[in-house]
Design a protein around this ligand. Structure first.
Ligand SMILES: Nc1nc2c(ncn2[C@@H]2O[C@H](COP(=O)(O)OP(=O)(O)OP(=O)(O)O)[C@@H](O)[C@H]2O)c(=O)[nH]1
Ligand SMILES: [Mg+2]
Length: 193
């Protein structure tokens, strides 16, 4: 399926485009993309980008679909699904694990549900590290038209399948690490990314 990497955020907490910050000499978004490419179940990468970032991402050698909605991740997911079913990931997740991606994709293909989303025991969801079907589009469209831009709520109202994180290997949890602040970049120093 498509690996859709979201890259249309404004990096407000970071200040300056976080997806371009260099980690071991390589832009953050490339770390994420190269890991998603390693998943067996992903056969094509598409970056769902803001108009401003499109040229830069194409220059890195990847296909871009411009998100014209710019209403947050829900709009990025909606845009990605116009191409087909997709594993969607935030561009700021440089530690994402290919084997975890494949685990979610396998569950998704088995369950035949509109979405397959990791869930913590306290109910918290990880919707930017999840698989989505085009069957999710009508509900997303309705939410967007109503101005309800919370992706978690849309997932909960759908007939989604959930992957219970705490039942999986503990080492997989770092897959959700995402860079929001400059301090998060510091946390990556000295480890293999
Ligand atoms: N395509 C698309 N991607 C988005 C949009 N909003 C956020 N993203 C991406 O979704 C991922 C997770 O979002 P956040 O961690 O909130 O990133 P952000 O919105 O850039 O940062 P903040 O402004 O600090 O919240 C990042 O990779 C963003 O680039 C959007 O409207 N469209
Ligand atoms: Mg984030």
């Amino acid at each position: 399926m498509i690996g859709a990497v979201l890259a249309g955020g404004r990096s407000r907490r970071f200040g300056g485009d976080k997806l371009l910050v260099r980690i071991d000499g390589k832009p953050l978004i490339l770390h994420t993309i190269e890991r998603v490419e390693l998943a067996r179940g992903v056969d094509e990468i598409v970056v769902i980008s803001s108009r401003e970032n499109a040229d830069m991402i194409e220059a890195l050698g990847y296909d871009v679909l411009v998100d014209t909605l710019m209403i947050g991740p829900i709009g990025g997911i909606y845009t990605a699904l116009s191409l087909g079913d997709a594993f969607v990931v935030a561009g700021d997740m440089p530690l994402i694990l290919p084997e975890f991606i494949d685990f979610i994709i396998d569950r998704f293909l088995e369950a035949k549900k509109p979405a397959c989303v990791p869930r913590w025991a306290n109910g918290y969801l990880e919707p930017l590290h999840a698989a989505y079907s085009q069957d999710f589009l009508p509900l997303l469209r309705e939410k967007i038209e109503e101005g309800n831009y919370a992706i978690n709520r849309a997932v909960r109202e759908s007939d989604a399948c959930y992957v219970d994180i705490e039942e999986l290997p503990e080492e997989w949890r770092e897959s959700f690490f995402n860079v929001n602040t400059r301090g998060d970049v510091e946390k990556l120093k000295g480890r293999n990314v």
